[in-house]
Write a protein that binds this ligand. Structure first.
Ligand code: ATP
Ligand code: MG
Length: 171
């Protein structure tokens, strides 16, 4: 199994294409109140978790919640694809202002698995190029994660490695 230790006060950024298992991973390893997702925020601002037009407002809300939780020294997990450096940088900047360590957890079970899983999700009916592009963006950015300000980078490279994670917290 893969041991992943995160500081008990941290920003945890999940990074992975649609279908990579971010929401499943978050539910398994963190408390419901510790997780903020772009989908839930779209739902709150637009009554529709899939309304892409609501994305800017959803991320404004997500950023506000993140900032307030870190102000209160609460560990916070951001469940969004986060495959682009500019998306991650806004999150890391908030963490820096609140003196929280930033941790990246990369979920990469492979493009084929992401595609197969999404095929059975009625709310993820986008073309295969979407996942291919997300995967390409993710892999381009991997090398730079430390430079972006992530103090820890955990890369999970297969379905088995993701399933085998033992997560613990450190003071
Ligand atoms: P999105 O970015 O679209 O929200 P996601 O990364 O949050 O995707 P999940 O919703 O966690 O992905 O998982 C996608 C689908 O794959 C779900 O239907 C989930 O039940 C299933 N799934 C997740 N992990 C596994 C696994 N280890 N084995 C089998 N199915 C899985
Ligand atoms: Mg999800």
């Amino acid at each position: 199994s893969t041991a992943v230790t995160v500081p008990d006060f941290a920003l945890v950024v999940l990074i992975g294409a649609s279908g990579s298992g971010k929401s499943t991973f978050a539910r398994r390893h963190f408390r419901a109140t510790e997780i903020i997702s772009s989908d839930a925020c779209r739902g709150i601002v637009a009554d529709d978790e899939n309304d892409q037009g609501a994305t800017p407002d959803a991320f404004a809300l997500l950023s506000a919640i993140l900032d307030l939780r870190l102000k209160n020294r609460r560990l916070t997990v951001v469940d969004a694809t986060n495959v682009r450096a500019e998306d991650r940088k806004r999150l890391v900047e908030i963490a820096r202002r609140r003196h929280a360590l930033s941790v990246a957890i990369v979920l990469d079970p492979g493009e084929e698995i992401c595609r197969m899983r999404n095929a059975s999700r009625p709310d993820r009916a986008f073309g295969p190029h979407v996942i291919r592009n997300q995967m390409a963006a993710l892999r381009r950015g991997l090398r730079g994660l430390a430079r972006e300000g992530f103090r820890q980078v955990h890369e999970l490279r297969s379905e088995a490695e993701i399933a085998g994670v033992t997560l613990s917290r450190q003071r």
